[in-house]
Design a protein around this ligand. Structure first.
Ligand code: NAG
Ligand code: NAG
Ligand code: NAG
Ligand code: NAG
Ligand code: NAG
Ligand code: NAG
Ligand code: NAG
Ligand code: NAG
Ligand code: NAG
Length: 893
């Protein structure tokens, strides 16, 4: 844990100036169970109760077996963290001495030298307590007494005077009740993809700060285009000043542009006030030719510029360094056909938002701070051509490092406020608690160029308006509560801090139409407005009529199982991997989850429980069907870019699937499993999110409509003549049986219909078989060419379901592995097949790394795939571990 701490401690003297004094209080603390059952255990701060108890071997690996429920007593217990530390006069001589907790999870009473200095009740707030009068020279002690979040939530549940539903999660989740009563990660009491670990602890840094004048708490930067040739930068510096003293000094800003360093000095002279913070606003212009725009992934460089602020008062200096990006962002909601459009425009370019929903980096909040884990997940998103992630409202406002990475990688963030799938209390203390949270999080995060949008909550408008939680009988009551919380509290706090921000009251919502309907639309899932969330696990997922045609799909998904290696990190018994096992049902938190998964698989493939190692087939099939379904659905949404149907549906401009990552090993909707390994879905995302694609789908009358579309930014305002090639192959040979080429003109952001093919007649005419059998013997293979260059991923489209396809049994083998770099991390793998082979899946098992593609179709005898290992390895080692499977071999049929 200590390896990734990043508090910066300033040297005391730079050019004769004394800096703000900081003293880290992190490190080894002691931990005591409140009734004395466990005493003076070693604990790590920052950290958390589960991590500490695992380290002390009081509990085993919480992720193993059923240990989530077996260790629940931990969260029903009060725990006290204690620490002794020495303080000298370099701290104590200052006018102000504070203790700063960057994060307390959640209910704590804090004592310094046995004097209570304060309490905490919100995990998302930074707590700062004045300790000037309680600290003494030499040894001091601090105690942080945590109260059980489960018991506290229950106690608080009587405060509203009526039940605030849902009171408890569904039984299948093995969760805890009343999480909506507390300002803590909502998923820590369980979710349908996650376990309940109601954590406690000092989950972020804790330190002493000492100063005579002030400290810069936040820098809030807004940028506006003032004219064609300048940006206007407005910086609000929030300073905490010593109470009762005039705040006097120089605030110096330095911005590094492409050509020079711009320095601005603001003279500050503010009379003392009782506010915790003094806000200093200052604006200056930056010529546009001196900076470049910040662009999302795929549109250009995510260019960042260093901005530093230094406040000097007498000889004391407080500084803050951030990076900013110059970008303009809008949501365009204009009348089209029927309804309103809904899309993001960045630097005047309409952007199709492509990506996924992020759930917390880890179920234990302290582990969610690990930069390696964060970087790996976000780099995976970037590598799969994603340009937007939604940070979902049941998790946490992620770490500073998370948003620094999204800034660097050009990944826009749709940021929810942390309210999800519930009604919430609105008694005054609750709302005040929320106010503090909103102010802190907005000031902390607003300056990140990657944050595109703030949304009030996850699904609470639609839950209320379509009666998920039996609120209908008291609708007015809950409607008023809704407006009090998200409009009068969250929205007004946000807009009071900055107007330069995009806000939606909920996700999904109808955007401006929801506002028209006073934030509570009759049908918040209306496809003609705003965003939609869409799930249906009962019908065939490879049929276009299954899906809505929305303006923006901000959630959609299907479950799959992580692979066997990943499962074996949480059980030693292979029998547990059978999808019908008690172990599996413990991990499956979605009611009817396996029944739905099997049904969905059943549309495509035959499951036979009697085959040996059935679990392997089930896992493989679940990943195939998940990848195929999300590919189909995403490409269908993309095919409505710049196009509406006869009912005015379409102009779709966003596809964020559910879900990017995992917080434990379980059947979930993720593309990346808890060990960081990519499922087939994540590999497929590279292609279905590629900037240019060619795709197609069959309608009920078996017409095959082919579409091509591009979001290559160099196409804005111009057009490109390309040729779309539709080839037909039979499953039984590498020789193609049909070929047609169509000239089409691509324009930025407009899906063009290439052609509509009368499938069965066409395939019959090519000799694929009789009118009814032709579809089972042949498939389409789409290619998009500009001149001779292939400009989109090839796309294999089946003419019928997989199980009806007359696949041939084939053999697929790795024929060579070659090292292609000098660090022994990059390898080229050559694969040979004796017939058309589907879902060829390579696995490097314990050698962690990523393939250039995986789960692919091999429609020629040889195929080369590259492998990027995380650590240096060798051809010999890879040869030993590398396995290859595919759909057509006996094992999987
Ligand atoms: C606690 O840590 C100290 C020093 O770091 C070590 O000497 C001691 O053995 C540890 N105690 C336990 C129970 O691990
Ligand atoms: C949890 O898992 C471990 C295996 O890592 C086991 O030894 C332990 O007894 C389990 N139970 C609890 C309550 O920790
Ligand atoms: C703190 O103040 C005392 C008394 O004024 C003084 O003797 C001492 O040198 C000061 N210490 C520091 C580190 O400034
Ligand atoms: C746990 O802490 C809460 C809040 O301080 C207190 O009301 C409760 O009595 C404590 N329970 C135990 C068992 O110490
Ligand atoms: C509606 O809420 C009011 C206020 O708490 C309560 O008195 C009443 O019983 C509730 N009605 C229903 C049907 O739940
Ligand atoms: C808005 O924020 C300012 C501080 O910037 C504060 O003084 C004022 O009371 C706030 N207004 C509302 C309505 O919260
Ligand atoms: C299922 O698998 C078993 C064992 O391999 C085999 O005997 C049986 O015929 C299969 N059933 C079907 C319907 O394919
Ligand atoms: C299935 O394909 C084989 C060739 O692999 C062919 O001989 C057979 O006729 C096909 N079956 C049908 C029903 O078309
Ligand atoms: C497509 O365009 C090329 C040159 O632009 C032309 O030679 C070719 O005949 C066209 N093909 C079709 C099918 O129209």
């Amino acid at each position: 844990m200590a390896g990734w701490r990043k508090l910066v401690f300033f040297a005391t003297n730079i050019l004769g100036l004394s800096c703000l004094q900081l003293q880290d209080l992190g490190g080894q603390w002691s931990l005591t169970e409140a009734t004395g059952k466990y005493n003076n255990l070693n604990a790590t701060v920052p950290g958390g109760i589960y991590t500490d108890l695992m380290q002390n071997k009081i509990i085993g690996d919480i992720f193993y077996g059923n240990n989530d429920t077996e260790t629940r007593w931990v969260a029903e217990t009060n725990w006290t963290y204690k620490y002794q530390f020495a303080v000298d006069d370099s701290i104590l001589n200052h006018s102000t001495v504070n203790i700063v907790f960057e994060g307390l999870d959640t209910f704590a009473t804090i004592l310094v030298n046995d004097v209570e200095i304060g309490t905490s009740q919100n995990m998302f707030v930074r707590y700062i307590f004045d300790v000037k009068d309680v600290l003494k020279l030499g040894n001091n002690n601090i105690e942080v007494r945590f109260a059980s979040p489960i018991i506290t939530a229950k106690e608080l549940s009587s405060k509203q005077g009526y039940d605030v539903p849902p009171v408890c999660p569904q039984d299948v989740q093995n969760g805890e009740c009343h999480v909506n009563q507390i300002r803590k990660m909502q998923a820590s009491f369980s979710w349908d993809w996650g376990p309940a670990f109601p954590s406690m602890g000092i989950w972020k840094e804790v330190y002493l700060e000492a100063f005579d004048s002030s400290v810069i708490r936040y820098l809030l930067v807004d940028y506006d285009e003032t004219s064609d040739d300048s940006w206007m930068i407005t910086i609000s510096a929030y300073l905490s000043a010593t109470k009762g003293k005039t705040l006097e000094g120089k605030l110096r800003y330095t911005l590094e542009t492409d050509v020079s360093s711009i320095e601005q000095i603001v003279e500050v002279n503010e009379p003392s006030n009782d506010n915790d913070e003094i806000k200093i606003d200052y604006s200056f212009t930056v010529p546009k030719i001196t900076v470049r725009n910040w662009w999302p992934n795929g549109y250009g460089e995510a260019k960042l510029y260093a901005l530093s602020a230094q406040f000097q008062s007498g000889s004391e200096v407080s500084s803050k360094n951030i990076k900013i990006g110059f970008r303009k962002i809008e949501i365009v909601q204009e009348p089209i056909a029927s309804g309103l459009s809904f899309y993001f425009k960045v630097n005047d370019v309409p952007i199709f938002a492509k990506g996924a929903n992020e759930i917390p980096i880890d179920i234990l909040p302290e582990k969610g701070q690990n930069p390696e884990t964060i970087a790996k997940i976000l780099e995976s998103a970037h590598a799969a051509n994603m340009n937007m992630l939604r940070v979902w409202g049941g998790g946490v406002y992620e770490s500073d490092y998370f948003y620094q990475k999204t800034d660097e990688l050009g990944i826009l963030v749709w940021q929810d406020f942390m309210f999800a799938c519930a009604m919430y209390p609105t008694y005054p203390e609750f709302l005040n608690n929320v106010r503090v949270e909103i102010r802190h999080q907005i000031k902390r995060l607003h300056s990140h160029p990657s944050i595109a949008l703030w949304a009030g909550n996850n699904e609470n408008e639609i839950a209320l308006m379509t009666d998920w939680y039996n609120t209908k009988k008291n609708l007015t009551l809950f409607k008023n509560d809704y407006l009090k919380l998200y409009i009068d509290t969250v929205r007004s706090e946000l807009l009071n801090i900055t107007n330069n921000v995009l806000f939606l009251s909920s996700s999904p919502s109808n955007g401006e139409e929801s506002e028209e309907e006073h934030y509570l639309a009759k049908n918040p899932g209306d496809p003609l407005f705003g965003d939609v969330h869409f799930y249906n696990y009962l019908v065939n997922s490879l049929v276009s009529t299954t899906y809505p045609i929305p303006r923006f799909a901000s959630e959609y998904g299907y479950q799959s199982l992580p692979d066997a290696d990943t499962w074996l990190t949480v059980t030693d018994d292979v029998d547990n991997l059978d999808p019908g096992s008690v172990f599996m049902y413990h991990r499956q938190h979605h009611v009817l989850g396996f029944a739905e998964n099997s049904l969905l698989i059943g549309y495509q493939l035959n499951l036979n429980k009697s085959i040996p190692d059935y679990y392997k087939t089930y896992i493989f099939y679940s990943q195939i069907v998940q990848a195929l379904s999300i590919k189909f659905e995403t490409e269908y949404y993309r095919s409505f870019m710049g196009r509406v149907d006869s009912e005015g549906r379409g102009n779709t401009m966003g596809a964020l699937f559910w879900q990017l990552n995992d917080v434990w090993v379980a059947p979930t909707w993720s593309g990346i499993d808890y060990t960081g390994k990519w499922k087939m879905l994540q590999y497929y995302a590279i292609e279905f999110f590629a900037p240019t694609i060619i795709t197609g789908y069959l309608d009920v009358s078996r017409q095959f409509a082919v579409y091509a579309m591009s979001e290559i930014v160099s196409l804005v305002g111009v057009s490109l003549d390309v040729s779309a090639v539709v080839e037909v192959y039979s499953w039984s040979s590498f020789e193609r049986v049909g070929f047609s080429e169509y000239n089409v003109t691509l324009e930025y952001g407009k899906s063009v219909e290439v052609n509509v093919i009368d499938t069965d007649n066409y395939l019959q005419s090519l000799g694929c078989g009789s009118l009814s059998e032709a579809r089972t013997n042949c498939f389409f293979y789409l290619t998009l060419l500009s001149g001779n260059a292939v400009i989109a991923p090839h796309n294999l489209i089946m003419a019928t379901s997989l199980k009806q396809s007359n696949l041939t049994k084939t053999t697929v083998e790795i024929v060579s592995i070659r090292q292609v770099d000098t660090q022994a991390k990059k390898f080229e793998i050559s694969i040979q097949a004796d017939g058309v082979s589907l879902f060829v899946w390579l696995d490097s098992h314990q050698i962690r790394g990523r393939f250039s593609e995986n789960g692919f179709a091999q429609i020629g005898p040889t195929k080369n795939v590259s492998f990027q290992a995380e650590e240096a390895t060798s051809v010999a080692e890879l040869e030993t571990v590398l396995t290859i499977v595919h759909l057509n071999n006996a094992e999987y049929q």
